[in-house]
Design a protein around this ligand. Structure first.
Ligand code: 13P
Ligand code: SF4
Length: 348
């Protein structure tokens, strides 16, 4: 493939400097930081992608867990599932390039169906979205008639189409609390279901959560021992985790929040050192944004999110393959839209 304008040496160096300013404080793997040479290698891609975006009237939305060269180098907007869905709704450009996993790109299509939605990683899965089928949700509804069904946004469009309200990690506790019913079905995160129960007890509004599905293969790996070890290794460390973690881990941490909630917490906190039990991409964003603070990250990389690269983003803009273009049956799209609309209504 040809890079066109990126053949210009002066432009490439300028671009590498721009990238180094953004990525220089970001860790590659554990303690390895981005170098100017890394940025020079990325520069032909970022330069060309940013040019193609303009030519094609495209916008790039990237989840915070994708690689930092996408998040910081080419994305027009990056954030957590909730912020990305709000953004997807209001995109006016013709094309949305969604760097994330398949269910997220589907969500963008559901929310803005007239746009072409392309995902560089193709049908990148998610251990949660893959944990339950629409047929299994239908069986649950038959078994528990009249119990409202909440689905975590990490679910397929077909599953969303079967549910009453979609939720994200940023609004799940409030929506579960504010619904009038005392019994709720929640899919497909078994650990988050337990965390909802715990949180509603803590809020003095206990509810029974009927759960089905699986767990996030990144967040379910953290243990209480990981929390204890970081506390022992770093004095004054503030431990933060995602509500997809085990309830015991959440209980042992100082703060439990969605991706955006973690960013807001770090921004407001006076603390200087944070233990991050979450995906590496978010840690990278925090390293770039808060250079006076230290982030200790034991492990945790989402293999699905990392399938989006500069190379396949460039390729997808130039010549998207059928498995990179999101299409949905009309009936599924309309029903899934209802469960997402309900979430926006209940999040006001
Ligand atoms: P957020 O809703 O916090 O973006 O989380 C999405 C996700 O996939 C977490 O593993
Ligand atoms: Fe799915 Fe977990 Fe990856 Fe998020 S981090 S996309 S929940 S596998």
């Amino acid at each position: 493939m040809s890079f066109g304008l990126a053949g210009n040496k002066e432009l490439l160096e300028q671009e590498a400097h721009r990238l180094y300013g953004l990525l220089g404080s970001v860790s590659y793997r554990q303690d390895l930081k981005w170098t100017y040479a890394d940025c020079l290698q990325a520069a032909p891609y970022t330069l060309t992608i940013n040019q193609l975006k303009k030519e094609q009237n495209a916008v790039i939305l990237a989840h915070s867990y994708t690689v930092p060269e996408l998040v910081l180098g080419v994305a027009d907007f990056s954030g957590d599932s909730y912020a990305l869905s709000l953004k997807a709704r209001e995109v006016s450009e013709e094309k949305i390039v969604f760097a994330g996993v398949w269910f997220m790109a589907e969500t963008a299509k559901i929310l803005n169906p007239s746009k072409q939605v392309i995902i560089p990683a193709g049908k990148a899965g998610c251990s949660l979205a893959d944990a339950i089928t629409a047929q299994e949700v239908r069986a649950l509804k038959q078994k528990y008639p009249n119990v409202p069904v909440l689905c975590y946004v990490n679910s397929t469009a077909e599953v969303k189409a079967e549910c009453d309200v979609c939720v994200t990690s940023g609004n799940v506790f409030d929506i579960a609390e504010n619904l009038p019913q005392k019994e709720l079905i929640f899919v497909p995160d078994l650990l988050m279901a337990k965390n909802i129960e715990q949180e509603l007890i803590r809020r003095g509004n206990p509810k029974k959560i009927i759960a089905a599905g699986g767990s996030c293969c990144v967040h379910d790996k953290y243990t209480v021992q990981d929390v204890q070890k970081l506390r022992a290794d770093y004095k004054d460390i503030v431990m933060i985790c995602h509500p997809e973690c085990q309830p015991e881990v959440c209980a042992a941490c100082d703060y439990v929040a969605s991706t955006k909630g973690m960013q807001d917490f770090v921004e407001k906190s006076e603390a200087k050192i944070f233990g991050m039990l979450t995906e590496q991409g978010l840690v990278n964003r925090l390293e770039a944004a808060f250079q006076d603070k230290k982030f200790v990250w034991p492990f945790g990389t989402c293999q699905y999110m990392k399938q989006n690269t500069l190379e396949n983003t460039f390729q997808a803009l130039l010549e998207p393959q059928p498995d990179q273009i999101v299409t949905l049956p009309e009936d599924v799209l309309v029903l899934a839209q209802k469960s997402l609309q309900k979430m926006f209504e209940l999040s006001k």
